[in-house]
Write a protein that binds this ligand. Structure first.
Ligand code: UD1
Length: 364
């Protein structure tokens, strides 16, 4: 068999998608003609290229250069540009990752040309339809032929929605990636020196969800909460959050606070080293909740719900915007059980995914 005869396209566009692609790209390149298409949703060096460079992801073969825009503009532009490219490249499969606007747009463009879609990280649900990511996940799962589920809970979620075919328990690619870099993560002290913090003596904070940062009052409450925390806080700031802090006149409060170190977005390894060394992580990111649990650092999730319900037994705490819950937890943090038993699958996620893709393409 000519192992390169099947063409698979991975469409990625945002930071968490580059991270999920990293452990998969190598094996896909070995087994298939694998092309990477970047939607251009994230375009700053620290939101995009740094991940390709640091995680040895091959350079994208094509870039749709959509840039910023509102939801419809971004989704529409990706669909139009990706459809043209699909017509030219004629792949047998399109892989989409996670839950961003790039995920849904690419899945829709592919399925309308009768190109089967594989969804990496399928079945995750927050059961909050006011989150753009939830709509992206629900719709992408409905039109995917292969659904690569990271956890048993994600499989149950799909079955509840009547999805029966194409479900594969792949395990979690982010767990695979962290394991392969664990030694570098624990050995990296340079980043602690950069911020002048000692291990377990600081908090790492990230914020970017629309629900937390697009409303002046909510972002204002969050700024008040973090300014009241006495421990040093390292705050790598997402462009959406940076823009809104300026727009709402809230940035000054952070600038004058002596405990908060604002910094540009960090590379994968610097971010993970900070998670590993932090006293606690405070975040509204889905990925960082898991990464904290994988590395044994308690996480305070600044949301009222999580898609990763399994992490709640393992050191992740939902605190919403409650300053009472936050100060109580920071004063007396329960130890983190850094096992991830729910992640057990029958092998390496990247290998499970590649094998399932081969079988699907051979059978079709
Ligand atoms: C997106 C995803 C979210 C994911 C997150 C990871 C959607 C709906 N949301 O949210 O699920 O967790 O990425 O980061 O797709 N910007 C820059 N430079 C960049 C990228 C973005 O300045 O490199 C600006 C854009 O101009 C925009 C804002 O940041 O104004 C938000 O970017 P966008 O891609 O819309 O959503 P995210 O908040 O990043």
């Amino acid at each position: 068999m000519d192992k390169k005869r099947h063409t698979i396209i991975s469409l990625v566009g945002a930071r968490p998608q580059f991270i999920k692609l990293a452990p998969l790209a190598k094996i896909l390149n070995e087994k298939f003609r694998h092309l990477i298409v970047h939607s251009g949703q994230h375009y700053d060096r620290m939101m995009s290229n740094i991940f390709f460079d640091q995680l040895n992801i091959p350079k994208a073969d094509y870039n749709l250069l959509v840039g910023s825009g509102n939801h419809s503009e971004m989704t529409g532009k990706i669909m139009m540009r990706f459809e043209n490219l699909l017509a030219k490249l004629q792949p047998e499969m399109v892989l989409v990752y996670g839950d961003t606007n790039s995920t849904l747009a690419a899945a829709l463009a592919a399925v309308k040309l009768n190109i089967p879609v594989g969804h990496i990280e399928a079945g995750l649900r927050s059961y909050r339809r006011d989150m753009p990511e939830e709509i992206n996940r629900l719709l992408t799962d409905q039109i995917s032929s292969l659904l690569f589920c990271p956890t048993p809970q994600s499989i149950k979620n799909l079955k509840k929605e009547g999805i029966k075919n194409g479900i594969i328990h792949s395990g979690d690619l982010m767990h695979e990636l962290i394991n392969s870099y664990k030694h570098k993560i624990s050995a990296n002290r340079i980043i602690l020196k950069k911020f002048g913090v000692a291990p377990k003596k600081f908090i790492l904070l990230t914020l970017h969800r629309a629900a937390n940062v697009d409303d002046r009052n909510i972002l204002g409450s969050l700024v008040d909460i973090i300014c009241a925390i006495k421990k040093p806080i390292i705050f790598p700031i997402h462009p959406r959050t940076a823009k809104n802090l300026r727009k709402f006149g809230l940035k000054k409060k952070i600038d004058i606070s002596k405990n908060i170190f604002l910094t540009e977005p960090l590379s994968y390894l610097d971010n993970l080293s900070l998670i590993y060394n932090a006293y606690a992580v405070m975040t509204d990111s889905g990925g960082m909740q898991k990464e904290s649990v994988f590395l044994g650092t308690p996480c305070l999730t600044l949301r009222d719900e999580t898609e990763w319900t399994e992490t709640l037994k393992l050191g992740n705490h939902l605190v919403g915007l409650s300053s009472r819950k936050i100060s109580r937890l920071l004063a007396d943090l329960p130890t983190c059980k850094n096992k991830a038993p729910y992640l057990i699958s029958n092998g390496k996620p990247s290998e499970i995914i590649a094998t399932a893709l081969s079988k699907f393409l051979e059978d079709s």
